[in-house]
Every structure is written in structure tokens, then in C-alpha cells.
Design a protein around this ligand. Sequence first.
Ligand code: FAD
Length: 312
Amino acid sequence: MNLDFGSKYDGFRDEVKEFCNHYEGVQLTGTLGTLYGHEEIKNSKKQDLKISIQDWQKILIEHGYFARNIPIKYGGYGDELDIVKNVIITDEFSHAKIPVATGGQGIDFLVPTLLEMGTEEQKNRYIKPALHLDEIWCQGYSEPNAGSDLASLQTKGILDGDEWVINGQKIWTSTAKYAQMMFCLVRTEPDVPKHQGISYLLIPMDTPGIEIRPLVDMTLHAGFNEVFFTNVRIPATNIIGARGQGWLVANKTLTHERSSLGDPNKMVTRFNKLVELMKNESIDGERIIDKPVFRDRLMKTQGKVLALKTHG
Ligand SMILES: Cc1cc2nc3c(=O)[nH]c(=O)nc-3n(C[C@H](O)[C@H](O)[C@H](O)COP(=O)(O)OP(=O)(O)OC[C@H]3O[C@@H](n4cnc5c(N)ncnc54)[C@H](O)[C@@H]3O)c2cc1C
């Protein structure tokens, strides 16, 4: 579907198309690409272009195709919000054979939380390295006895002079092995009702006393980790929001997590890849896309994807 937003936006669409054409077939290098689910671009004319995932992220930001509305001083492109331009970008990218920008815990969850609730100093320090993938973040919420009932978490933080001293354990921590930083929920006020006793702390992962143990799942893949804290000391200022107000901050982060999981643009990109795959693979000498049963299923899926895109 080619959405037409009038001649005012034709020039902008042409610019995006030209960019996509220039970089068609670019392959991302480095382990982070696999970690964040980037797949090899297949069936493109220009297979020889290789760029690191970090450099690709910076190219996208420089052209305004990612972090478009985040201020320049925080490492974004700094444009005014224009929903139509954002729709054109995602529409063109979903059809092009180029990788989309990388998201993840730092970019999708923490950056919007910082923009909303961080101090100016925190925004200046953390947003740009996160957006540019120079600093990878992980999320320290779940514990062995605090999953769905997250507010029961027991990892303790005690203020000692100008430092928090943290002891306890997190579990299911995706990307912890690669992360330089963790945003973490810690019980700092043990004597108040459980939702009021939590603080939202920012922990450098190379702090002495942190041990990361990968959790190998039944596919032999270690996507999750356990993270143990033994007398981990971080500056008292590494806190978002007020002391004891971490539940409020955590829920802001979770709101962004939920919306990033259901991103309709990613769905459209995946659907287009599926169509491509069905055109290129065959069963019994016939292209899959030409087989009525598969074609019928594809059209049902397309209906759902378009509905999601229109309402998303
Ligand atoms: C792909 C993935 C990535 C993740 N990454 C991270 C991460 O980076 N950082 C992080 O902190 N966490 C992460 N998690 C953990 C996740 O956020 C949840 O905390 C966790 O999956 C739920 O906790 P649990 O496994 O202890 O399940 P439990 O809370 O024990 O729940 C087990 C089952 O019991 C049900 N249940 C629980 N309570 C009730 C109730 N009162 N009534 C009825 N049914 C109930 C649940 O619905 C569920 O089906 C990740 C999870 C997944 C799947």
C-alpha cells in the first residue's frame, strides 16, 4: 500500500527512497546485530556493503531516520514532531532491503523514561550513548520470587554516606552479558507498604561485586542471565525520581516497553519479508506464493497486519 499524503510530502518521500536505494543490501557486522535480531538481508543487488551496527545507528540518526524528534543536545536529530514524516520513513524502510534502527532496553524503555523523569544531568549523560549504541543497557526488574508480583522484590539498597550499597539477585536479565549499564529496581525503604519502598537505580555493570551467570535454555541458547549483587556501591545520585518512588518510574518504563513490543511498523517489515520469502522458496517446484493454501493464509495475515498498522 502506498499512502499518499499530498505533494507537500513528495520531496520528503523521494529523499527517503533515495537513502534506502543508496544503502540497499547493507549488512550489519558485530555480535550485537544477532543479539538485537537483525537478519541477513537477502536477494539484494549490493551484498558487499558492510557497516557495524553502531555506525549504522549513527548514519540513521544523522539523516533523521531514527531518534528524529529527540533534541540534538541529547544525541537525536532534533526535528519537530511530524507524524506524517515518521509514517513515510517507516513505510519506505518496511519495503526497502535495509536494516531498521536498533532498539532494546536502553533505547526503547530507558530513553523515554529519562526524557520524562530524568534530571538534566542524567539526560546529558545517558541518552546519547544509549541512542548511538555506545552504551548497552539491561533491565534489572525480575527476581526469583518477584515475577508477575514484581513489587515483592527483595534486592536491598542501603544509603551509606553518598553511596547506595546493593545486595541481592535479579533473574531473566536479557543482554546483561553485553551491557555496560542496568536500570534496576531496589528495595530502599523496607518499613513501608511494598509499592512505596522501591527506588529506580542506575548501576554500571563493571562495579565490583556484580556477578553475571548466563541461563542456558532448552534450545542451548543463553539469552537470559542471573545477576548477583554483593556489596555493590554506586553513587547516591544514580537514581531516577525520588527515593521510594521507583514503582512510579518503573511503570513509566513498562508503558514504553509494552508499546515497543507491539510496534506495527516492525510487523509490516516482517510481513514484507514473509512475502519475499514465499516468492523465493518453492515446494515441489512451485513457488510457495503461488500455492492457494499458503496464499490464502498469507492474505489472512495481511488483513491482520494492515488492521494493526491502521490502528497502531
Ligand atoms: C523474552 C523475555 C525477556 C525478559 N527479559 C527480562 C529482562 O530483561 N529483565 C527482567 O527483569 N525480566 C525479564 N523478563 C521476565 C518477565 O518480565 C517476567 O518478570 C517474568 O517472565 C514473569 O515472572 P516469572 O517467570 O517469575 O513467572 P510467575 O510470576 O511465577 O508466573 C508464572 C505463571 O503464573 C501466572 N500467575 C502469576 N501470578 C498469578 C496470579 N496471582 N493469579 C493467576 N496466575 C498467576 C502467570 O500468569 C504465569 O503464567 C523477561 C521475560 C521474557 C519472556
